[in-house]
Design a protein around this ligand. Structure first.
Ligand code: HEC
Length: 177
């Protein structure tokens, strides 16, 4: 609890950027679908999948998916905060070897979908600190389907230029959950 208070205080100091906090994503009803689809929203997918089980079906060697992800990354206004190639703008970089909550598919899918406040409220901890410490808004409502979010994540994987062993979460930092 003390730690959370401390983190909240920090976040007030570093606003990133001002007024861009998206409204909390409403809890979606549970659905039980398996493969990525054109009808399941990111919130539905995350809500209906046990923690640790969300897995990107795409590899970042798939150029068509990476290109599609790049467009979605811009369209969902991720680039406004993170820079056009995820290298960091006024918000933390996505392409370096530092992962705030973990670099695995499951954690990143949930962070992007629910936002950082919800993650923190569910017991996730900031294990890695970037140059900017601020809340990540819930973006699940701005991305049409879980498939779109996997494409965005594939694009992010393709931009990665940190140490190879940290691509999906640094072992030493407890990443790769
Ligand atoms: C309003 C600014 C803003 C927008 C828009 C935004 N983000 Fe973020 N993002 C952040 C902040 C701030 C953090 C750090 C969160 C923290 O420290 O808790 C973050 C963290 C992340 C991380 C984890 C980075 C790490 O090093 O662990 C990923 C991945 C990410 N965002 C992806 C996205 C994607 C994809 C989108 C678009 C769908 C997006 N973000 C839109 C502000 C934003």
């Amino acid at each position: 609890m003390l730690r959370n208070t401390w983190i909240s205080a920090l976040m007030v100091i570093v606003a990133c950027p001002s007024g861009a906090q998206a409204p909390a994503t409403p809890a979606a009803s549970k659905v039980a679908t398996a493969a990525p689809s054109t009808t399941t929203t990111p919130v539905q997918r995350a809500d209906s999948t046990p923690k640790g089980k969300l897995k990107n079906p795409y590899k970042d060697s798939n150029k068509a998916i990476v290109d599609a992800g790049a467009k979605l990354f811009g369209g969902a206004s991720c680039s406004g905060c993170h820079g056009g190639t995820g290298g960091g703008g006024i918000c933390p970089p996505l392409a370096n070897g530092v992962w705030i909550y973990g670099g695995d598919d499951d954690t990143l899918f949930r962070l992007i979908t629910y936002g950082s406040q919800t993650l923190l409220s569910r017991g996730y901890i900031r294990t890695g600190l970037e140059n900017v410490v601020a809340p990540m808004p819930a973006m699940g409502g701005a991305i049409a389907t879980d498939d779109d979010l996997w494409r965005i994540l594939t694009f992010i994987r393709a931009q990665y230029h940190g140490p190879a062993e940290c691509k999906f979460g640094c072992p030493a930092e407890g990443g790769g959950r």
